[in-house]
Design a protein around this ligand. Structure first.
Ligand SMILES: [Zn+2]
Length: 322
């Protein structure tokens, strides 16, 4: 194996640290995924660092590398991050309830001093989607999962915003007379456009994911499924319209758990977009439906984007840095 070892400092590992699993990819110098690994998430700061380090070590061992041989490690995490310091605050889904956790320095120390970049998971996914799908121009990655939010890649740079809240469109009210949202408002978009909204409205058969089952039932002509699918697609279309009308992004990539549905999701959202914009020559002229893409199944855009963020050396944090 030694003869095949890649040169030091050329490969990288990207991690997507989610509430239930840590997904890691090993990327070579041409950004090709050489290996991938998934382990359950351990909660709390110590658990997250241990699980992340475990994935990096096992991916490296499989390629005959030591973690210190990597160009770096990128970690996408659901929470407020400061990529300049590698600090993470309030990642509640990971059991991290405090501010300013020095995640990058801790992970770097655990892995022999390899540079570590910590990035918001949706921002990482936006970078990964642009690379994996070969998309140039401004892009929004719209995650349809437990909640709804977007990562924004504008002019080649991530748009984080003054408080890291850029793209949090799931909490734009969609129906102000709707049910209470945990955020304190009523009728937020994510109550209608998320995977959770489908889970609440549709019971899947045979243990299939609710979204997959719903779209299959709608395609087979089940009237109830058609109604739920169209209401969901209307809300996603509203999110897409919002992204295009605020940032005029060239591409909107649908991602998150619901994107497992694939082409039928894209078709349903495009159909509702065309219907919503039919009466407006202005909106029709923007060709919003033509800007849609769906993340292909089995393309790990979030860990890929995290691994690619290592290549921006200004962001890499080493052990002992603060
Ligand atoms: Zn809300």
């Amino acid at each position: 194996m030694t003869a095949d070892r890649p040169p030091r400092g050329t490969w990288s590992v990207g991690l997507d640290v989610g509430g239930t699993k840590v997904l890691g990819v090993l990327l070579d110098e041409r950004a090709v995924v050489r290996d991938r690994l998934r382990v359950p998430t351990r909660r709390g700061t110590a658990g997250v660092v241990a699980a992340a380090a475990d994935v990096v070590e096992r991916l490296c061992a499989g390629a005959g590398l030591a973690p210190a041989d990597l160009a770096g490690v990128g970690a996408g995490v659901p929470g407020l991050v400061d990529p300049g310091t590698g600090r993470l605050s309030y990642a509640v889904n990971l059991g991290i309830h405090e501010p300013d956790v020095d995640l990058a320095p801790m992970l770097s120390a655990r892995l022999g001093g390899v540079p570590v970049v910590v990035e918001n998971d949706l921002n990482a996914a936006a970078v990964g989607a642009a690379a994996a799908l070969g998309l140039r121009g401004d892009l929004a990655y719209l995650a349809l999962g437990t909640g709804v939010a977007a990562g924004l890649l504008l002019g080649g740079e991530l748009r984080r915003g003054a408080r890291g809240a850029a793209g949090e469109i799931g909490h734009v009210p969609y129906d102000p007379t709707g049910p209470a949202c945990p955020c304190g408002q009523r009728g937020c978009l994510e109550l209608y456009a998320s995977g959770s909204a489908i889970d609440a409205a549709w019971t899947a058969r045979d243990g299939r994911p609710a979204a997959t089952d719903l779209f299959a039932a709608a395609a087979a002509g089940d009237a109830g499924a058609v109604r739920i699918r169209d209401a969901f697609a209307d809300a996603v279309a509203a999110a897409v319209r919002l992204l295009v009308l605020t940032c005029d992004v060239e591409h909107v990539v649908l991602g998150g758990g619901v994107a497992e549905v694939g082409r039928p999701l894209l078709d349903a959202v495009a159909a509702r977009l065309r219907r919503q914009t039919a009466g407006s020559p202005f909106l029709r002229s923007l060709h919003i439906a033509e800007r849609l893409q769906v993340t292909p199944r089995d393309v790990p855009v979030a860990p890929m984007g995290a691994a690619l963020s290592v290549r921006r050396p200004s962001l890499a944090v080493r052990e002992g840095a603060s």
